[in-house]
Design a protein around this ligand. Structure first.
Ligand SMILES: *Cc1c(COP(=O)(O)O)cnc(C)c1O
Length: 237
């Protein structure tokens, strides 16, 4: 157990070092990029270990698991953590996505955005969210197509229960991380376009980059990277 904790701490340090190096390569300050440690499938003990090493932001894909960990962390009276929802929300489960979460990265279609907004308003909340974009067009990926987002951005911005802060994407997996660069660049360009069209809104956040490709994403402007296996080890599916 102690060995496992020490490994997580060492992995975290290595990820942070690589993040800073990528930021410097791109002439950016490392403080512009936040690390979301993706703890899905891993137990609370691993979150405790990372938290003791100064990690504050944690990401989970499934609402059930997220809520269980939020409550377990509360019961254990861990120092306050920031929770990020990064997985697909089923449209009939939007009410469960209204909670003590710092940011929802995965608002991936209009119906989900509308229902989330409705449920947030009913709970007296305004949720901080990102819009997920399917930049690659792969059918296995969730998210708005870039054209859909161009058409629907004004209506999405008008939803009273959501506060949009930017965009999120997943690049296609590749053994060659360099091949992900065009997808990250396309997300940034789409963000710039939307920011020009809606300058009164906040488009500051770009959530992109995972274990395989976070350095490329940082070079292309990521402000949030979502890294799991490089910190906690490979997940058994
Ligand atoms: C699991 C997951 C990650 C982290 O993946 P790793 O390859 O383990 O870093 C990032 N983003 C999303 C949306 C995920 O589901």
């Amino acid at each position: 157990m102690a060995e496992r904790s020490a490994q997580i701490v060492a992995n975290l340090e290595e990820v942070r070092r690589r993040m800073a190096a990528a930021a410097h390569r791109a002439g950016r300050s490392p403080t512009e990029v936040q690390l979301v440690a993706v703890s899905k499938t891993y137990p609370l003990e691993d979150i405790v270990a990372a938290s003791a090493a100064g990690q504050v932001d944690f990401g989970e894909s499934r609402l059930e698991e997220l809520w269980a960990k939020v409550e377990a962390a509360r019961d254990r009276q861990l120092s306050p953590l920031r929770w990020h929802l990064i997985g697909t929300i089923q449209s009939r489960k939007t009410r469960e996505a209204v909670g003590p979460f710092t940011l929802i990265h995965s608002v991936d279609r209009t119906k989900v955005a509308q229902r989330l907004s409705h449920d947030a308003v009913a709970a007296g909340q305004r949720l901080d969210v990102l819009l997920e974009v399917n930049v690659s067009g792969e059918s296995s990926k969730h998210g708005f197509s870039p054209d859909e987002l161009r058409t629907e951005s004004a209506a999405l911005l008008a939803l009273p229960g959501l506060q949009i802060h930017g965009l999120m994407t997943l690049a296609p997996y590749s053994d060659d991380p360099e091949s992900t660069r065009p997808f990250f660049r396309a997300l940034r360009q789409l963000r710039d376009e939307l920011a020009t069209r809606h300058p009164q809104s906040d488009w500051s956040q770009l959530s992109m980059g995972m274990t395989n490709d976070f350095e490329i994403a940082i070079e292309e402007g990521a402000t949030l990277v979502r890294v799991g296996s490089a910190i906690f080890g490979a997940r058994t599916p």
